[in-house]
Write a protein that binds this ligand. Structure first.
Ligand code: FAD
Length: 269
C-alpha cells in the first residue's frame, strides 16, 4: 500500500509534461516523472519517496515513439524494454535489454526509468554509450539534444525539471560489430555481477560496463588492448558487496571484457 495520496497527471505533449512538473514546483510541491512506475511505487510503499504528483510520460508521443527518423533510430524514454527488445532495431540494445529481469517485468520497465532510476545498473544505457548516442531532453529551455557522453557523469545529469525524451543513434552505428556478456551469480533473472557491452569501429572499440563499479562506466580501447589494461584505466574501485566480493567481480569482469573483445570479430547478421 502507498500510505499517502498523490496526483496522477497524463500529459499529451512535451510542454504539458514540463508544465505539470513546473506547476508543482511553483506550488512548493514535488513531482516525479513516471515511466513504468516500478521503482516509484516500490520506494513510495517503503516511504523512501513521497511525490505530491506523478507525471506519466507515456501519453507524450515523442516519449512513446521508437523507430526511424531519417538516418537515425529514435528510442522514446517511455517505451518499455519489451518493445525495445522486440523492435530489434538496434541489435546490441535488444541483446542487453533481454538480460534485464524477465519478460513480464520488462513489459513495464521503461527505457527512461532504467536510465534515470536509482538502481546502479542502468543496463539499457550501455549500448547507447558504445555508439555515441545523442540524448533528447526537455525542460525550461524546451527541447535540446546533447551527446549522451556530455550528459553522463556516473548517471544522466539533467537540469531541475528536465526529463529524458529519447535516445537517438545513427543507423550506421547499429550495424557496427558488437558483443555483450552478462555475468550473474544465481539464476538468469538476477542483477548482474557485471554486464559488458561493446561496439567496434575498425580496430577502435567502445566498451560500457554495468555492475563492476557503483555506476555504469565507459571505456575506449582497441580490439587488441588487454582486459587488464582496460580495467586498470578505470579510476574507481571495483564494487564489493553482498552479490560479489571485489576479487570475484574483478575476475568475472576480466572474463567478460575478454569475451566481448574476442567475439566482436564477427559482423552481426
Ligand atoms: C524485478 C526487477 C528486476 C530488475 N532487474 C534489473 C536488471 O537486471 N538490470 C537493470 O539495469 N535494472 C533492473 N531493474 C531496475 C529497473 O530497470 C529500474 O528500477 C527502473 O527505474 C524501472 O523502470 P520504470 O520505468 O518502472 O521506472 P519508474 O519507477 O517510472 O521511474 C524510476 C525513476 O526514473 C525517473 N524517470 C522515469 N522516466 C524518466 C524520464 N523519461 N526522464 C527523467 N526521469 C525519469 C522517475 O522519476 C524515477 O525517479 C529491475 C527492476 C525490477 C522491478
Amino acid at each position: 500500500m502507498i500510505p499517502f495520496d498523490f496526483d496522477y497527471v497524463l500529459p499529451g505533449a512535451l510542454h504539458e509534461a514540463y508544465g505539470a512538473w513546473k506547476a508543482e514546483a511553483d506550488a512548493g510541491r514535488s513531482a516525479a516523472y513516471y515511466g513504468g512506475g516500478t521503482e516509484i511505487v516500490t520506494l513510495a510503499r517503503n516511504g523512501t519517496v513521497a511525490p505530491h504528483c506523478v507525471v506519466d510520460l507515456k501519453g507524450v508521443p515523442e516519449c512513446s515513439f521508437s523507430g526511424e527518423e531519417g538516418e537515425r533510430f529514435v528510442f522514446g524514454a517511455a517505451c518499455t524494454l519489451t518493445k525495445i527488445v522486440e523492435g530489434g532495431l538496434f541489435p546490441l540494445l535488444s541483446a542487453v535489454c533481454r538480460g534485464v529481469a524477465d519478460r513480464t517485468v520488462r513489459n513495464r520497465l521503461t527505457l527512461g526509468g532504467n536510465v534515470c532510476g536509482r538502481l546502479p545498473y542502468r543496463e539499457a544505457l550501455l549500448p547507447f554509450l558504445c555508439v555515441g548516442a545523442v540524448a533528447r531532453v526537455f525542460g525550461a529551455e524546451g527541447l535540446r539534444e546533447a551527446p549522451l557522453e556530455a550528459l553522463f557523469d556516473k548517471r544522466l545529469v539533467l537540469e531541475d525539471g528536465e526529463f529524458l525524451v529519447s535516445l537517438v543513434v545513427e543507423k550506421a552505428a547499429v550495424r557496427l560489430p558488437y558483443a555483450t556478456r552478462r555475468k550473474v551469480r544465481g539464476g538468469r533473472v538476477d542483477y548482474p555481477v557485471c554486464t559488458v557491452a561493446g561496439a567496434a569501429n575498425g580496430d577502435s572499440v567502445k566498451l560500457a560496463v554495468s555492475g563492476g563499479w557503483s555506476f555504469p562506466v565507459a571505456a575506449e580501447c582497441t580490439r587488441f588492448t588487454s582486459p587488464d589494461t582496460i580495467m586498470e584505466s578505470v579510476p574507481h574501485a571495483v564494487k564489493d558487496d553482498a552479490l560479489a566480493a571485489s576479487d570475484y567481480r574483478r575476475a568475472l569482469l576480466r572474463q567478460a571484457v575478454e569475451a566481448v573483445l574476442l567475439s566482436m570479430e564477427v559482423m552481426p547478421e
